[in-house]
Ligand binder design. Structure first.
Ligand code: SIN
Length: 486
């Protein structure tokens, strides 16, 4: 059980057309705590029919919502932001219980989630158009930005709150309506956010939650001609499939997909700061973020000192149930994730990598909690070089020159986040400009915030979330040519 002050946050139902409802056939699915396996609640398991209804409701609700001024929508979003913060402790408890992340990190995620709502509430008032100097006498050329219409959001389990508000915030600010399909592992946070959106005054049908089978809901959202945009955060494999499905009716898509972030430490880096940055970039959310450092590339001259210092810090991280206030790392999301990460560690060790951390890796027989690991001597032949690890493993790769670091860093199909540590302005300029990534952190391991454009290139996705660019994905450009003037 989750001990909440505001019990209304857990109706354990979905929200369609302003009504909290069960699935048509009464199907339900359990939500469990990944730390204990305890059943926290059950929620409706919906499919095509319910999704179809949500699309029609969103279409109908959109007619009035788009007519409101940006200022009126901003006021509603502002109230939602305030309610998110007022309920931060309860929301964090729900999030931590169903996702596993430590309570202090969960509280941080709620603040991060709320920051997108606040930011886009402000942006709602700034959807500017253009006046274009005309090329023919007697004409006036103007550009208006208009809401794209019904949007769908398919969101992941690793950030059950922030990945919803990063999509719903700009959608609602722009005058769009949104149907959210949360990850089946973490629907309780999504439902709680929707409860607060309703209290904030978001009208019926403008924000809806449909939980259930990914295939049924995803297929319906992608195929439906009234859904004009899909925003997805998740794996590149699923992103490709959704993009194909959206091509039939030429939907706009935003995709925030997998990463394989290089974290480059040059000889002249500040060692303490580089270790501090690596702890955040690698072990945030137990290594389960798309921007987590995946390959730690370390220059020969600093390699041994960096490895020892990082391993020492990692050995001191507290691995515990997320509800424990001392926890730095919680459980992995499920035993499948545990098996996948273990498989990568085993393969790297078999191919010659060495464990630098002292703690035994596997001490939990239930295979939920994994002790964090630093591996030295990692090579290109290992899966930790190619694949997104999504777990608490830091493989260290040795390099000798700036050119080699750039080549290794770019040697991947992915292009989301990258990091580099140096005290040289020349290295910073040369490397940050050469990195084929949407985001570069220089002398920092934490780059995400609401005011900066989050997104990737290559197989890491399309579009940007957050920042002044984030709302553009929810807008269409309409050009009006007024002719026949005196
Ligand atoms: C993600 O892992 O998809 C999001 C991470 C972030 O927003 O920092």
């Amino acid at each position: 059980m989750i001990d909440l002050t505001n019990k209304d946050l857990m109706p354990n139902l979905c929200l369609i057309d302003g009504k909290w409802c069960e699935a048509d056939q009464g199907d339900r699915v359990n939500v469990t705590n990944p730390a204990t396996g305890e059943i926290l609640a059950s929620v409706p398991m919906m499919g095509k029919a319910e999704t179809e209804r949500a699309v029609l409701a969103a279409h109908s609700a959109g007619k009035a919502w788009r007519q409101l001024t940006g200022k009126s929508r901003a006021e509603i979003l502002r109230r939602w932001f305030e309610l998110l913060l007022a309920n931060q402790d309860d929301l964090a408890k729900i999030l931590s219980a169903e996702q596993g992340k430590p309570i202090k990190e969960a509280k941080g995620e709620i603040a991060y989630a709320a920051s997108f709502v606040e930011w886009f509430a402000e942006e709602a008032k700034r959807v500017y158009g253009d006046v274009i100097p005309e090329v023919m006498p007697g004409t006036r050329l103007t550009v208006r930005k208009e809401p794209i219409g019904v949007c769908a959001a398919i969101t992941p389990w690793n950030f059950p709150a922030a990945m919803i508000t990063r999509k719903a915030g700009p959608a609602l600010a722009a005058g769009c309506t949104i149907i959210i399909k949360p990850a089946t592992q973490t629907p309780l946070t999504a439902i709680a956010l929707a409860v607060l959106s309703e209290q904030a005054g978001v009208p019926a049908g403008v924000l809806q939650i449909v939980n259930g089978r990914s295939a049924d809901i995803g297929d319906t959202l992608c195929a439906h001609p009234l859904v004009r945009k899909l925003s997805f955060t998740g794996s590149t494999e699923v992103g490709r499939l959704l993009m194909r499905q959206c091509s039939d009716n030429i939907k706009k898509v935003s995709l925030e997909l997998g990463g394989n972030a290089p974290f480059i430490v040059f000889d002249d880096a500040n060692l303490d700061k580089a270790v501090e940055g690596a702890l955040i970039a690698k072990y945030r959310n137990n290594g389960q973020t798309c921007v987590c450092a995946n390959r730690i590339l370390v220059q020969d001259g600093i390699y041994d000192r960096f490895a020892a210092k990082l391993a020492d810090a990692v050995d001191r991280m507290v691995v515990a149930d997320g509800s424990n206030p001392r926890a730095d790392l919680g459980p992995l999301i499920d035993t499948k994730a545990y098996a996948s990460v273990s498989g990568m560690i085993d393969e790297a060790l078999a191919l010659g990598a060495k464990q630098v951390t002292k703690r035994e890796i596997h001490t939990d027989p239930s295979q939920r909690f994994m002790n964090p690991v630093v591996l030295s001597g990692a090579t290109k032949e290992m899966r930790v070089y190619r694949d997104e690890i999504f777990g608490p493993v830091a493989p260290l790769f040795r390099f000798y020159s700036i050119e080699e670091a750039i080549e290794l860093a770019n040697d991947t199909e992915f292009g989301l986040a990258s990091y580099l540590y140096t005290s040289s302005i020349n290295t910073y300029i040369q490397v940050s400009e050469a990195l084929e990534y949407g985001m570069v952190g220089v002398n920092t391991g934490l780059i995400s915030n609401e005011v900066a454009p989050f997104g990737g290139i290559k197989s890491s996705g399309i579009g940007r979330e957050g920042s002044k660019y984030g709302i553009e994905d929810y807008l269409e450009i309409k050009y009006v040519c007024l002719g026949g003037l005196e």
